[in-house]
Design a protein around this ligand. Structure first.
Ligand SMILES: [Zn+2]
Length: 1123
């Protein structure tokens, strides 16, 4: 642990920087004199922000300089001497040339709590002129500069509303021309909330934008105007992996749509300079510009009108630090075998971070062509969306790689990486060169990904019948990566665990890697070729990509049995979609935070599930024909929902005779001849848009109640909502493509329920009916008695009469109906009894998914006896299948994934045979210093048993630090978090945030895993609260990482006290620190629901367990103490 010093202001109670560590590296922009030459300043305040450039300090700051500096003490109240301006101008008048842009330096806290002193060495690019010795430079930086993240203190936010950095003084005493010791005092004062720029509120009220220095910013909306559109970007960028900053210049060719004198585009945290308008045949004209940091916009102001239809080019220079987050142009690092830390500069632009790498029109509908040049050192390589066409040597030994011009695409898909990675390549049958890149140490783990990418890209090329338009596709394993992967066109990026595969990888790793590659490659069509118009329809990208994962892998890798894993997506989506805080698939969004919140289970999983429902309804061939038509019609364009529905309507009237291998004529004739099949093609009145609007434009999903009276089946629908306010379920109506089978026939029957209630008639009376066959539909079903009882009897007598998806679906529905009071808990538990004979992964994991949370809720209420009884019941219920598990890697992928899951469960629940074997294996593995080969699928259980003692935990932690194998590491990491040792859990959390041994990218996983541990849930909650601001800064407000942490840590809380604690913390946040996040509402609702559930059902559960656990209530002697 590094020493920490607490700093508080003596002016207010507000802590200025929270706790800060001396010798933290801090970056500060510094004004550059040489640009000022072009347009002298009238006052330091007036032009500084716009016109100042920057100089550089050398990167080798030495703490020893501390003793050389004399502290220039000054209180904020002291007025700036009149001579400052003169000094400033005098100093500024002397040009400094060179290409450096900013400095980094060490800093510490001066004795005054409101002053931060920083020092380092200023290296001037050229010697200053001897006749004018540089002895003092006083710099007065305005608040805007500091507020706009120009001061970046790792882990701290200088917040505009709470802190005002009033003055920065730099005192330089020249010793020689090149290296000048320098001291800066950053004087901070607490201030009242800023009255400056305000964004339009969610209520629609607007206040005028105010740009820096009180100049009026000429645009007051978050969305850009349509007056000019970009056609082509020529971008040159130079990331410096020594100083960890980058500089660049972009030329943007524009077409003017309406006469205008302003160009509004995006820029975030970039230092902009040298903005020019390039007019053909004329000299370049400098453009004035204004920035509006709150909306991340830049206004370029022209003195002359840019006329409609005209084409212009603007040039902007820019610079910034490589980001310390996971988005924009950010730095990643890895430790080479030699122990040396190596840096990688990589991009992650989706959704709104291209603007943090270069100024651009950063909305998906502003598609343009991109020509990119990257400057690098000879020891590095650069890659981008397109292939490299040439390399030019620059002065000073640097190299410039020039890449081919891209196809028309959105800014969020642009990507470039500078690294020392190696690659392996292969060519697809369609002639596309596929390469997989990884750090030199891990390049041998790329073979599986390369094969998978070749196979899957060929699959999509054939399936969509639209050739992949680029000559190459690179897949890159990035050491630090927030999400799973990113679909940048031609250059997909992945976290290492999502791409690297070794013999030691487990079955679920293989499945995961295949799926993630399938997802990103599907995006090359859905998302890249055809893009949603705006982020409100993100599901058109993500729902499709998620859906196509299953379609493609099912065909290309049938042995992976992906369909065993699809329903899980729908169950997850239904969980958030059953709360009143859910949102429609297509939801209006405006701010970057709101846009980030769209990357959730609703866009991905619900999107995929409703597409699956539509495909089942239309038939797979008709669906395929429709989506190919959609992709062809809208290639290189942007779409809204209705474009998709139109493309899927009247497929048989399509002009295309053969599409994607489907012969239209045969297929449509065939359809007409089969009256029992899907009826869409015979029914001209079928309005796909009307059906699908009910699924995409309203939130939630329906609960269909089925009541059978003889041959008559009465149907009704209502919204399934976990609430104690029934009025919230009113006003919802869906068009539901119902399917069912009966005890008499396995042939799937179909019925489109469009109204609140309806009736259908069976040919004959039946013993049972099962609706939502294979759970192809996104809805829940409640069977009025005796419906449930007949289904339970069926499961108990002959469960294989129903498919495994149907069994999993019934387990899910019956337990979920308990929550809304439609079914009593004992009926759900009664149904679960059949699980003692269940062998298939989906129903078993779904059963555990419903039963395990019950004791998790009790854990939080200190009801140990009942909790142990419940745990005992579940182990007993699944004993047959647990005892059947072999400690090997044999079997199909589903069997292997299930084995890993069951053995972990049994060992954690202290099931003696499991613990014995796992302990024996762990000891042997440890005795051989981890060099014994363990079957991958059982190693998680083995490591988890090992992590229960301090010695075992330390050994595993040490192995984690040294293991090169991503897959083994990820299992060790999970095992470490399941330990009962609280001090170790705390260490694990702290190390994850520190990001040295454990990467910070893994913090969300570690935190959630610790929170599921009965010994760790309080630590996790305290950790989340204590580090909230740092987490928001690192992962991004509104990101799915933040939402997962909030929900994951608190979603099993079940007491009023806990609810209050959660409300108190989130209630104390401001809008800027996340108070309006949707995940907070979700967690409130979930905890309220947990409290209701436990209060209502506990007595019944107790009675039921007393009757059904073999040892009975009094003789309970096995303690299911968690390990
Ligand atoms: Zn995606």
């Amino acid at each position: 642990m590094r020493p920490r010093t607490r700093v508080t202001s003596n002016m207010t109670d507000v802590p200025l920087l929270g706790s800060i560590a001396p010798w933290t590296q801090l970056s500060l922009w510094f004004p550059s004199p040489y640009l000022v030459e072009k347009e002298p300043l009238s006052t330091p305040e007036g032009g500084m922000y716009q016109e100042w450039g920057y100089v550089s300090l050398a990167s080798d700051m030495r703490p020893s300089l501390m003793s050389n500096g004399s502290v220039y003490t000054r209180t904020p109240a002291t007025p700036i001497p009149a001579s400052v301006d003169e000094n400033l101008m005098e100093t500024m008048g002397r040009p400094l040339s060179g290409s450096c842009q900013f400095f980094s330096m060490y800093w510490t806290v001066a004795s005054s709590p409101a002053v931060v002193a920083m020092w380092g060495t200023l290296t001037l690019p050229t010697p200053s002129s001897p006749e004018k010795p540089l002895d003092l430079l006083v710099v007065h930086l305005s608040q805007e500069i500091l507020n706009d993240a120009l001061v970046q203190v790792p882990g701290h936010i200088l917040h505009p509303a709470r802190h005002r950095a009033a003055l920065v003084y730099a005192i330089m005493t020249q010793q020689d021309a090149h290296a000048v010791p320098l001291l800066i005092l950053l004087v901070l004062e607490a201030c009242a909330p800023s009255l400056g720029a305000q964004l339009p509120g969610r209520d629609g009220t607007k206040t005028p934008h105010v740009a820096a220095h009180d100049q009026h910013f000429p645009w007051d909306r978050m969305r850009l105007p349509q007056t000019v559109v970009p056609l082509h970007y020529n971008l040159t960028i130079h990331p410096n992996l020594n100083t960890l900053h980058f500089t660049g210049v972009v030329h943007i060719e524009l077409e003017v749509v309406e006469d205008t004198t302003t160009i509004i585009l995006h820029s975030s945290e970039l230092l902009i300079s040298n903005v020019l308008l390039l007019v053909p045949g004329g000299p370049p004209r400098p453009l004035r510009f204004l920035e509006h940091p709150a909306s991340e916009q830049l206004a370029l102001l022209s003195d002359q009108v840019l006329t409609k239809g005209g084409r212009y080019e603007v040039q902007l220079e820019f610079a910034a630090n490589l980001s310390d987050s996971f988005h924009g142009f950010y730095k990643s690092s890895y430790r080479a075998n030699s122990g040396e830390i190596r840096y990688v500069a990589s991009t992650q632009f989706e959704a709104t971070s291209a603007r943090a790498a270069f100024p651009c029109f950063d909305e998906p509908a502003f598609k343009a062509n991109f020509t990119i040049q990257i400057i690098r050192e000879a020891r590095h390589i650069a890659i981008s969306n397109m292939p490299k066409i040439s390399t030019v040597e620059l002065a000073g030994g640097l190299l410039k790689d020039c890449f081919d011009t891209s196809v028309r695409m959105s800014t969020y898909l642009v990507a470039f990486i500078v690294s020392d990675f190696l690659s392996v390549s292969q060519t697809t049958q369609h002639g596309v060169k596929i390469s997989v890149y990884a750090s030199p140490e891990k390049i041998h783990q790329t073979t599986y990904a390369l094969d998978a990418a070749v196979k899957l890209l060929d699959f999509y090329d054939d399936f969509f019948a639209i050739p992949y338009p680029l000559p190459k596709q690179d897949l890159v394993a990035i050491p630090d990566f927030q999400s799973g992967a990113m679909e940048n066109w031609g250059l997909t990026t992945y976290r290492e665990a999502g791409l690297l595969f070794q013999p030691k990888s487990s079955a679920s790793d293989k499945l995961g890697i295949t799926m993630v590659i399938a997802h990103e490659l599907a995006h090359q069509w859905f998302g890249n070729l055809v893009t949603m118009e705006w982020w409100n329809d993100l599901w058109l990208n993500e729902g499709f990509a998620k859906f196509m994962e299953f379609v493609s892998v099912d065909v290309a890798y049938p042995e992976l049995q992906v369909n065993d894993f699809f329903l899980d997506k729908c169950f997850n989506a239904m969980e958030v979609d059953s709360l009143s805080s859910s949102h429609p698939v297509s939801t209006p969004v405006e701010t970057p935070t709101q846009i980030r919140e769209m990357f959730d289970d609703v866009s991905y999983s619900k999107g995929a599930c409703i597409l699956n429902m539509l495909r089942d309804f239309l038939t797979p061939d008709a669906f395929k024909t429709g989506i190919i038509r959609y992709l062809r019609r809208y290639s290189y364009q942007n779409t809204v929902n209705s474009h998709l529905w139109q493309s899927l309507t009247n497929v048989c009237q399509s002009d295309e005779f053969e599409v994607g291998g489907v012969k239209q004529r045969d297929f449509c004739l065939e359809g007409k001849l089969q009256p029992g099949g899907s009826k869409w093609y015979t029914d001209d009145g079928l309005d796909i848009r009307a059906i699908m609007d009910t699924w995409t434009l309203q939130e939630g999903f329906p609960l269909v109640t089925v009541e059978v009276k003889g041959r008559e089946v009465r149907l009704s629908q209502e919204r399934y909502l976990k609430t104690d306010d029934p009025s919230l379920t009113e006003g919802f109506l869906w068009q539901i493509p119902l399917t069912y089978i009966t005890s008499r026939s396995n042939a799937i029957q179909r019925f489109l329920l469009k109204t609140k209630t309806d009736v259908l008639y069976l040919d004959e009376e039946v013993e049972w009916l099962k609706f939502n066959v294979n759970m192809s539909g996104y809805y829940m079903v409640h069977y009025q008695q005796p419906g449930w009882s007949s289904l339970i009897r069926l499961l108990q007598s002959n469960h294989e009469a129903l498919g495994s998806n149907d069994r999993g679906n019934l387990i899910n529905n019956v337990f979920q109906l308990v929550s809304v009071g439609k079914v009593e808990l004992d009926m759900a538990l009664e149904l679960s009894l059949y699980l003692s004979r269940e062998m298939e992964i989906l129903p078993v994991t779904q059963g555990l998914g419903e039963l395990v949370p019950l004791y998790k809720l009790m854990e939080k209420r200190d009801m140990e006896t009942l909790e142990n009884q419940m745990k005992g019941y579940i182990v007993e219920l699944l004993q047959t299948i647990i005892n059947k598990q072999q400690w090997t890697d044999a079997g199909s992928v589903s069997e292997r994934v299930l084995r890993s899951y069951l053995l972990l469960f049994a060992c954690v629940r202290n099931h003696p045979p499991c613990v014995e074997t796992a302990s024996r294996l762990f000891n042997s593995w440890k005795d051989l210093d981890g060099n014994m080969s363990l079957p991958s699928d059982v190693s998680l259980a083995v490591f988890t048993i090992g992590a229960q003692t301090p010695e075992g935990w330390d050994f595993l932690y040490e192995k984690y630090g040294r293991s090169p194998d991503t897959s083994v590491k990820s299992r060790i990491k999970t095992a470490l978090s399941i330990s009962p040792l609280k001090d170790k859990l705390q260490l694990l959390l702290e190390e994850s945030l520190r990001g040295d041994v454990l990467k910070t990218q893994d913090l969300p996983h570690v935190l959630i895993s610790v929170s599921k541990n009965r010994h760790g849930y309080k630590l996790a909650w305290n950790f989340l609260r204590a580090n909230w601001h740092a987490l928001i800064k690192k992962f991004g407000e509104g990101s799915s990482s933040i939402a997962r942490m909030v929900n994951g840590v608190t979603d099993q809380y079940s007491t009023v006290h806990m609810l209050k604690e959660v409300q108190e913390f989130f209630g104390s946040l401001t809008k800027e620190t996340g108070s309006e996040l949707r995940c907070i509402q979700q967690t409130y609702e979930t905890i309220e629901e947990n409290i209701r559930w436990v209060d209502k059902h506990l007595p019944l559960l107790q009675d039921w367990l007393d009757k059904h656990t073999s040892s009975g209530p009094k003789t309970q002697n096995t303690r299911h103490e968690d390990l």
